[in-house]
Design a protein around this ligand. Structure first.
Ligand code: SAM
Ligand code: SF4
Length: 336
């Protein structure tokens, strides 16, 4: 059986992969409705199905006790969850946690960047798909670009290092902004990752097979102006990183359609309902909310459930663009 290693401190799966990174979704709600992520008219989860902040904290603590050193808070939009700063502060104090990081759409950062830094968030990834106000609104359906840009400046002023943009490129929507977005990060010493759209959840806006714009194409576009130098850096995920020559910035390409990264996968995800997902592209999961609520205060049960989950972590994913939905979960539930 796949278990922890000899000192019971590490999560190791059947393929010898060590899980050191957990991404926790803290809400399925969001103040945006990005066209690739949600439908215009989303139904959000009833409160009883959503983990409480205390339950999320218990999960975070248990993961770190099992040797997880990096935690990412995501969503939905993590910063719209009420009392999120309490959770960030508590998780920030966990011994054994190397890095607490956050993924956000930036809409609340102008007011929260500084308290997040004070509470122990080390790095922030920010989603930004367009630098044109009207187009930004079309892609997010409701977002205000200027507020997000102010949020980015607030994060820089709060001292966040290596701020990174996450950009989803859709053909005929924003592929003509690739170079402008790279210029934007280069001017600010930030990084950027370009993400291929993944078939997660039903979206009503477009046919994903028609909007697909490959990472290889993005790379070719960037190389019309910049020289990209491969780096050996890996986060154990689907990203490949390049240094933009003669600048402080790096460009990453997140290509989930390639299988190349699965063998080094070091991560698990927990949905806001407490489902422990062993692979973003497969349905294998364990209901940790049930474990938490059926055994209140019983840390040993929770630890064992997480250890046992290693036995069902799949070898790899199976995305297929020609099927409009492969995985019924929206990214906002999974945590991106
Ligand atoms: N609301 C936050 C944000 O937008 O950064 C955090 C959650 S969001 C689900 C995390 C990331 O997932 C974002 O960078 C978003 O662009 C990306 N994302 C959402 N749906 C996606 C999809 N179908 N394919 C690829 N990336 C997606
Ligand atoms: Fe909200 Fe992030 Fe999804 Fe956009 S990508 S709708 S900001 S959760």
């Amino acid at each position: 059986m796949a278990t922890t290693d000899n000192n019971s401190k590490r999560l190791v799966d059947r393929f010898g992969r060590h899980v050191s990174y957990a991404r926790l979704s803290v809400t399925d709600r969001c103040d945006f409705r990005c066209v690739y992520c949600m439908s215009e008219d989303m139904t959000f989860l009833p409160r009883a199905q959503v983990l409480t902040l205390e339950e999320i904290y218990t999960l975070a603590r248990t993961f770190t006790e099992l040797g997880v050193t990096k935690l990412r808070l995501t969503g939905g939009e993590p910063l719209v969850r009420r009392n999120i700063l309490w959770l960030v502060r508590e998780i920030g104090k966990l011994p054994g946690l190397g890095e607490l990081v956050l993924t956000t759409n930036g809409s609340q950062l102008d007011r929260l960047a500084e308290p997040l830094s004070d509470a122990g968030v080390k790095r922030i990834n920010l989603s930004l798909d367009s630098l044109h106000e009207g187009r930004f609104r079309t892609i997010t359906r409701v977002g205000d670009l200027n507020k997000v840009l102010r949020g980015i400046e607030a994060a820089r002023a709060a001292g966040f290092k290596r701020l990174k943009l996450n950009t989803v490129i859709l053909k005929n929507r924003n592929e003509d902004e690739i170079l402008d977005l790279v210029n934007y990060v280069v001017e600010r010493g930030m990084d950027i990752s370009f993400i291929e759209e993944m078939p997660l959840g039903l979206v009503d806006d477009h046919n994903r097979a028609l909007t697909f714009y490959s990472s290889d194409q993005v790379r070719r576009d960037i190389e019309t102006r910049y020289r990209l130098v491969p780096t050996t850096e890996t986060t154990g995920g689907p990203a490949r990183y390049f240094q933009v020559a003669d600048t402080d910035s790096r460009v990453g390409f997140i290509s989930p359609h390639s299988h190349n990264f699965c063998e080094s996968c070091n991560r698990v995800r927990v949905t806001v309902q407490g489902n422990l997902l062993l692979c973003l592209g497969q349905e294998h999961s364990v209901d940790l909310r049930h474990v938490l609520r059926a055994n209140p205060g019983d840390d040993a049960r929770l630890r064992q459930a997480i250890i046992d989950s290693m036995a069902i972590k799949p070898e790899g994913h199976d995305f297929d663009l020609n099927r409009q939905v492969v995985i019924m979960r929206h990214m906002s539930v999974t945590g991106g």
